[in-house]
Ligand binder design. Structure first.
Ligand SMILES: [Zn+2]
Length: 478
């Protein structure tokens, strides 16, 4: 295995990558390729456990192994985040897919290699890890793409996955149970044809994974200054915390998210670390795209475990409960739901506290099932303030002579101005409109509290719907 340190120039020993353009409408042009090579899509999921492992690392190793077999990638490795609200997920619920062309005579060897690497790098001893591989030759059928979206936005069963796979000739390899097959199939079917982003992930040497990550924080701040907003979620502006490094024992040293492959690569070159990087790979992903939300037309249509966007009116103004969580009630003609902005969402709660009864908002979040102690709750991941209700306060009437506010003359006695010696016995308090300290628009919690899939404010206006992929830039270092 070849290792590099970050101080070496990157890409100088890059294995020659044939420039190749792939996309939904661009079939391979080369007739020789078409006859001898087959496109293979390989989805992999559920290799890790809460204590160790990382499915993206397996993808990074496989990139190297498959290139050595002469395979030719037609897309960046895809990192597909699935529904973050499924009850049985491990950590980020991310599955991966590798899409490449392979000599027909080499397909069996490629699949054997993939199975071997997945077995070697999965936490098979842990009950939560249930590795599975799904692979398909040729094009992705529409039904499979629909299945993938359902897996990102809702719940699907293993049985459902098996039926879809059988209808379209998808092969599966499971090592323990079948649970991981759902994610593997979903990653295979999700071609990231709508909005997508990139993440460059750098991996640690195995022997370092128990040690604290050794990263030059000043270089991360510099990287953020020089590359944002083409990179995002590098830092948390509220706390100045560095967000590119995970906290667990997994093999990831850091992950840099961005809009283009060149942006994350440039950022990677700026970041300095004081430990050896085993390898890095750029993934194409649905991170930061809001891909997990289903828009529902009424409050009664929201369901547990299905992240939703719903328009409603504030029916009970926000209040803070012990622990610093802020709760309010949102509703429409169909139903009412509690919405919660939890303590970790930081200053986002200060925005939420400014809402009053009658305001219209779109609430984005996952839904927690009601229990004996808690009603059904929408856990807020962001809000869009659509309209503000007029707000009034009662104020004493003004003096007709000096125009200052008069004071009360006593109960039932009206108002008076001492200076002008004016009495207004029949006057009453006036309803005065007040200006709201809240603007219309989208509000997102600070990056440290965001889910992988939640679109950060920095990305608004940068969305893309072009899935054409150009692999001419360096994108991996095996
Ligand atoms: Zn007066």
């Amino acid at each position: 295995m070849r290792c590099i340190s970050i101080s070496k120039p990157i890409g100088t020993n890059q294995p020659p990558l044939r420039p190749f353009l792939s996309g939904p409408d661009s079939a391979p042009q080369d007739s020789e390729i078409q006859t001898k090579k087959t496109v293979l899509h390989v989805g992999i999921d559920d290799t890790d456990s809460p204590r160790k492992g990382c499915t993206t690392y397996i993808a990074a190793v496989l990139v190297q192994k498959l290139l050595e077999l002469g395979c030719c990638f037609i897309d960046y490795p895809n990192l597909v985040r699935l529904n973050p609200n499924v009850p049985w997920k491990t950590r980020g619920n991310g599955a991966i897919c590798l899409r490449f062309k392979c000599e027909k005579s080499n397909i069996e060897l490629a699949v054997k290699t993939i199975v071997r690497v997945v077995k070697q790098n999965s936490d098979l001893a842990h009950a939560r890890a249930d590795p599975a591989i799904a692979y398909l030759k040729g094009n992705i059928p529409v039904e499979l793409a629909i299945f993938s979206k359902k897996t990102i936005r809702g719940l699907v069963t293993v049985r459902e996955a098996e039926k879809v796979a059988a209808r379209h000739g998808v092969s599966g390899v499971t090592i323990k149970g079948k649970k991981g097959f759902v994610g593997a199939l979903a990653a295979l079917g999700e071609q990231l044809r709508s909005d997508h982003t990139y993440e460059l992930i750098a991996y640690r040497l195995q022997r370092n994974t128990l040690r604290p990550r050794n990263i030059d924080s000043e270089s991360v701040f510099r990287m953020n200054n020089e590359t944002a907003p083409l990179t995002f979620n590098n830092l948390d502006p509220e706390t100045n915390r560095i967000l590119i490094t995970p906290r667990g024992r997994d093999p990831i040293l850091y992950g840099i998210r961005g809009e283009t492959p060149s942006a994350v690569l440039q950022a990677h070159k700026i970041v300095k670390v004081n430990e050896e990087i085993e390898r890095w790979v750029i993934f194409r992903t649905n991170h930061g795209t809001d891909d997990h939300y289903s828009r529902v037309s009424k409050v009664s249509d929201i369901h547990p475990n299905q992240p939703a966007v719903v328009l409603g009116r504030i029916l009970r103004k926000p209040f803070t409960i012990p622990g610093g969580h802020v709760i309010f009630q949102l509703g429409d003609d169909s139903a009412v739901v509690d919405c919660a902005a939890y303590e970790p969402t930081g200053n986002f709660r200060n925005i939420v506290r400014k809402l009053v009864e009658g305001d219209m908002i779109e609430a984005y979040g996952g839904i927690r099932r009601s229990s004996s102690t808690h009603p059904r709750t929408l856990n807020l991941e962001k809000i869009r303030v659509v309209s503000l209700a007029p707000c009034f306060i009662y104020e004493n009437p003004r003096c007709p002579k000096c125009h200052k506010r008069m004071e009360s003359a006593g109960k039932g006695q009206g108002f008076r101005c001492r200076k002008c010696r004016v009495n207004a016995r029949t006057a009453s308090k006036a309803l005065v409109p007040i200006e709201r300290d809240l603007s219309l628009g989208v509000y997102v919690p600070p990056p440290r509290a965001n889910r992988h899939l939640t679109k950060p404010i920095l990305r608004y206006g940068q969305e893309r719907n072009d899935s054409r992929v150009c692999l001419t830039e360096p994108w991996h270092w095996p």
